[in-house]
Design a protein around this ligand. Structure first.
Ligand code: HEC
Ligand code: HEC
Ligand code: HEC
Ligand code: HEC
Length: 156
């Protein structure tokens, strides 16, 4: 009598082993998505891609000088996936990840891209990250505009 549950257990473990072996990459290393870049998203989201190219987000790297582009303290908000798998490293190595791209707001997209249709929504941040992660009131946005911005403030 005591053997039955144990046997059941062994059969179950055997099966589980089989399943794990079959899709080992996924089962072993659960769900850490990699960054892909906006070109990949464009394939399926051409409309959003068009609106994005019209925003300064897409060109945010151009606001930084060559020196500033090497400064971690600057690039972290002006590029995509800085220091993460597939994300921005440097202008030499990963120019395609410069600028505030889709994944800077929606999170890394590799799992989303591969997912079957019913899983698409569960594999991406549809709401987008909190804008305040980068748009902090403590960031000095007047560093280049200088006096112009002050005039704006003078309005009632
Ligand atoms: C192979 C096609 C495909 C690619 C490539 C793709 N997506 Fe999607 N995406 C979809 C589909 C299909 C849906 C809609 C799913 C649904 O309505 O259930 C979707 C939905 C979304 C949504 C909305 C999710 C929600 O909660 O409503 C976002 C955001 C998104 N994708 C971002 C991205 C980003 C960022 C990339 C690039 C990293 C990307 N997608 C690449 C097919 C794709
Ligand atoms: C990853 C950092 C990051 C996130 C997240 C982010 N932004 Fe930005 N945003 C920037 C940077 C950097 C610029 C400046 C681009 C430039 O001029 O170089 C910018 C510029 C802008 C601008 C002015 C650009 C224009 O085209 O007129 C608006 C508006 C804006 N962001 C809105 C938003 C909103 C709304 C959200 C949240 C949904 C958001 N941002 C999230 C980094 C971010
Ligand atoms: C916390 C995130 C963050 C960091 C860190 C950051 N920026 Fe930005 N930067 C932004 C955002 C957000 C904007 C867009 C502000 C807006 O237009 O509302 C911006 C805009 C700019 C602009 C355009 C401003 C304009 O007047 O059009 C320049 C230039 C800039 N940043 C340079 C830098 C430099 C240089 C550094 C490093 C010393 C840096 N940024 C670090 C978030 C950041
Ligand atoms: C600055 C942040 C930001 C960037 C950059 C961004 N998105 Fe979004 N996106 C959002 C937010 C926030 C929403 C949610 C809007 C809502 O809930 O109404 C959204 C919604 C979406 C949706 C859902 C359908 C829709 O249009 O509302 C899709 C798909 C999507 N984004 C794809 C993309 C793709 C592809 C890119 C790059 C080409 C991109 N996004 C770039 C913030 C961003």
């Amino acid at each position: 009598m005591k053997m039955m549950p144990l046997l059941g257990c062994m059969v179950f473990l055997g099966l589980a082993g089989l399943i794990v072996a079959q899709d080992a990459p996924v089962a072993d290393k659960p769900a850490e998505a990699a960054y892909l870049g906006a070109d990949k998203c464009k394939m399926c989201h051409s409309k959003q891609h068009v609106t994005w190219t019209k925003m300064k987000h897409s060109r945010a790297i151009e606001s930084l000088s060559a020196e500033e582009q090497k400064n971690a303290e600057c690039v972290k908000c002006h590029v995509t996936g800085y220091g993460k798998t597939g994300g921005f490293e440097s202008m030499e190595k990963t120019p395609k990840m410069a600028g505030v791209q889709c994944e800077a707001c929606h999170g890394a997209g590799s799992l989303h891209m591969k997912a079957p249709k019913p899983e698409k929504k569960n594999t991406i941040n549809g709401k987008g990250t909190d804008c305040r992660e980068c748009h902090s009131p403590h960031v000095d946005v007047n560093r280049k505009k200088g006096g112009e911005e002050k005039k704006e403030e003078a309005k009632p």
